[in-house]
Design a binder for this molecule. Structure first.
Ligand SMILES: C[S@@+](CC[C@H](N)C(=O)[O-])C[C@H]1O[C@@H](n2cnc3c(N)ncnc32)[C@H](O)[C@@H]1O
Length: 308
């Protein structure tokens, strides 16, 4: 890191290490839950974490669902990512692409063909630096997560997804509004104020009666939502792509006392921390497939040669 660049490892990065979370994103889900309480529902049984690696959201889910007296044996968490994930207690990990219909079938198989109560997605594709392309790919990933959620959620279920409040975000709010009774755009304090990132919290899954969502590689998003009308019999509204766009209510999550992810804190600013001697912490998790793995292997066998 150059001297002039801002250290991106903020207070939440440090807190994540202290509390054994693999990423600071854990606090985003925790702060969303503090406001909406979707993980406090004792009837929660089947949960899906899409785009889950390295796994801090899955850790939150595992701790919330399994580390209290409400835990029942029939609870199940499935975490899906393109990348490999180190194991997490009570979480079944799937290395798969959420945009592929086969992934839905694999999750349903793990749930014994039963529907899920809660689906979340913190997905982010690799950025190319071409702004329009990045925004398009991000929108497609959110749409894939929404389609998968529509196929797997039980009525009354909840869907939470990361979004970027770009130009056409109101279109997405409308699409979600056809499927859920309550749609809120939420910004946790641990999500940097300087970033367009926010989270859409969709509660009370309530698809139009008669509409059967079906994932198929050859069908477009329009085809997927075909026949999806708001208030199924209402004559004054058209199909989802023809009706006016919605504005979702905005909710800031996390109290004003919680840490500001854009601020810089010094030791003496941290309540109760001033007397604690500084010490470095071990990594929460070892890298699953580091680029230097092959070099270490060659070194162990005495085959690592220096290039001249
Ligand atoms: C910001 S990270 C998720 C962080 C995670 N929620 C956590 O708390 O540790 C975004 C993830 O999305 C995954 N991803 C992107 N496209 C995907 C796809 N098509 N299918 C599955 N995962 C995908 C990436 O591999 C990456 O691990």
């Amino acid at each position: 890191m150059g001297k002039s660049s801002k250290d991106k490892r903020d207070l939440y990065y440090r807190k994540a290490k202290e509390q054994g979370y693999r990423a600071r994103s854990a606090f985003k889900l925790l702060q969303l839950n503090d406001e909406f309480h979707f993980l406090d529902d004792p009837s929660l049984k089947r949960v899906v974490d899409l785009c889950a690696a390295p796994g801090s959201w899955s850790q939150v889910l595992s701790r919330k669902l399994f580390q209290d007296e409400r835990a029942t044996a029939d609870r199940k968490i499935v975490a899906v990512d393109l990348q490999t994930m180190s194991p997490i207690d009570h979480v079944t990990t799937l290395q798969a692409d959420i945009t592929h219909p086969r992934t839905l079938a694999r999750i349903l198989e793990l749930f014994g063909d039963q529907k899920a109560d809660f689906v979340c997605s913190d997905g982010a594709p690799d950025v190319t630096g071409l702004h329009d392309l990045d925004e398009y790919v991000q929108q497609q990933l959110i749409m894939s997560a929404l389609q998968l959620a529509a196929c797997i959620l039980k009525p009354g279920g909840t869907f939470v997804a990361k979004i970027f409040r770009g130009r056409d975000i109101d279109m997405l709010y409308s699409q979600m509004g056809y499927l859920f009774d309550r749609v809120t755009c939420a910004k946790p304090r641990s999500s940097r104020g300087t970033s367009l990132e926010a989270f859409i919290v969709c509660q009370q899954y309530n698809p139009p009666s008669g509409w059967q969502p079906r994932l198929d590689l050859d069908q477009s998003v329009q085809e997927f939502f075909q026949g999806c009308f708001r208030g199924s019999d209402s004559p004054d509204v058209g199909p989802w792509h023809e009706t006016p766009r919605d504005i979702a209510p905005f909710m800031a999550c996390g109290s004003l006392d919680s840490f500001d992810s854009d601020a810089t804190y010094h030791g003496q600013d941290l309540q109760g921390d001033s007397d604690v001697p500084r010490r470095s912490l071990d990594p929460v998790q070892q890298p699953t497939n580091p680029p230097y793995k092959q070099a270490l292997e060659l070194k162990r066998k005495g085959k690592l040669t220096r290039a001249v």
